[in-house]
Design a protein around this ligand. Structure first.
Ligand code: PLP
Ligand code: COI
Length: 335
């Protein structure tokens, strides 16, 4: 496999994990080879979007060991998403055990240290079984699948351009905070429009007033002000990114920056000297420009990453790959 030029597509691995919820309880779950499920055509996941997922990565360290980055935080967010859609929780222990089983069963697919590629892990839960009315399913499937992946946005640390969309992916008291498929279904069309217009993805504004930055496609937004503060939106309709939370800590503790979670008005882009998109898949992708109301606002440069963004990136990936010891509970060595 050419790990260095790998994008974000599915490459089949050895085994995946599956567990069934029936009669009010989860079974023990198994590892299996087939990457398909057979479910009733009346499943709530198919019609009413009763499904939740997560995304995290396994990293190959310089010493050959493999580690996970903050998987407990993914477990916690999975619980919150399941609660919102009335899906029975899988315990944190079961969630972590399934992930570790999948990593161990697919060690040969964890890309080598230095390739910038990782093994992406996708825990998911879907409502299954016959169910015609709009009500929660009685049966569920919880699974963990995996795939080696490279950059989500083309070019890795090269800046990319985004456009502001007039569409919303979520509502103020909707499900924007949860990692549920419906948000991503709502993002497909605006994402398509962005691509057709030559942009990497779109920027969503807050759905109530359309005046403040909410998210950047499937990633959170951050900006660095001219006086070197790390700013990121506070909003009820964005997914609380684990990467963003980590960057807030890195900025404050390791880079001595002031950090603020607050409104980021789209009319005040000039307050930022640098901007970026952050997430598990996106890692940190510098934002070259944002197109809004017929004009493109250029940040640090359209072709080069800015110094703050580069330093944040370096700290983040050094911790993720085990080259720098971050806070104790951030990484778990699996093998
Ligand atoms: N926002 C959305 C909509 C996402 O899909 C993701 C990806 O998980 C993120 C933000 C980034 O979150 P995290 O850093 O936890 O991966
Ligand atoms: C992630 O960053 O893990 C995501 O889930 C983003 C996207 C691929 C849905």
């Amino acid at each position: 496999m050419d790990y260095k030029s790998m994008g974000f597509q599915y490459h089949r691995t050895n085994l995946n994990y599956i567990s069934y919820y029936r009669d009010g309880e989860w079974d023990d779950g198994i590892l299996r080879k087939e990457d398909t499920v057979t479910i009733s055509c009346f499943s709530t996941a198919l019609h009413y979007g009763q499904q939740v997922f997560e995304g995290l990565k396994a990293y190959k360290r310089k010493d050959g060991k493999v580690q996970l980055f903050r998987p407990q935080d993914n477990a916690e967010r999975f619980h919150q998403s399941c609660d919102r859609l009335l899906i029975p929780r899988v315990t944190t222990e079961k969630f972590l055990d399934a992930i570790i089983q999948v990593v161990k069963a697919n060690l040969e697919f964890v890309p080598p240290y230095g390739s910038n590629a990782t093994l992406y892990l996708r825990p998911y839960v879907i409502g299954v079984g016959e169910n015609l009315g709009v009500r929660p399913a009685k049966e569920y499937i919880f699974g963990v699948i995996s795939s080696p992946v490279g950059s989500y946005f083309k070019g890795g640390l090269s800046p990319v351009d985004f456009m502001v969309t007039e569409y919303d992916r979520a509502a103020p008291n909707g499900t924007g905070k949860q990692k549920v498929g419906g948000n991503y279904a709502a993002s497909l069309y605006p994402n398509h429009v962005a691509h057709v217009n030559g942009y990497a993805d779109c920027i969503y504004l807050d759905p109530l007033t359309h005046s403040k930055i909410d998210e950047v496609g499937a990633a959170n937004f951050f900006g660095i002000t001219k006086d070197g503060k790390f700013i990121t939106p506070k909003s009820s309709s964005i997914l609380e990114s684990i990467t963003k939370k980590s960057l807030m800590y890195i900025a404050e503790e390791y880079m001595g920056m002031e950090v603020e979670e607050r409104d980021c008005p789209i009319s005040k882009l000039e307050e930022f000297q640098e901007a970026g998109a952050c997430g598990t898949a996106a890692v940190i992708t510098p934002i070259g420009s944002i197109h809004y109301q017929g004009k493109s606002h250029i940040f640090y440069s359209r072709t080069e990453v800015g110094p703050y963004t580069k330093q944040l990136y370096d700290f983040l990936i050094k911790i993720q790959y085990g080259d720098f010891e971050g806070p104790k509970d951030w990484t778990i060595i699996v093998d």
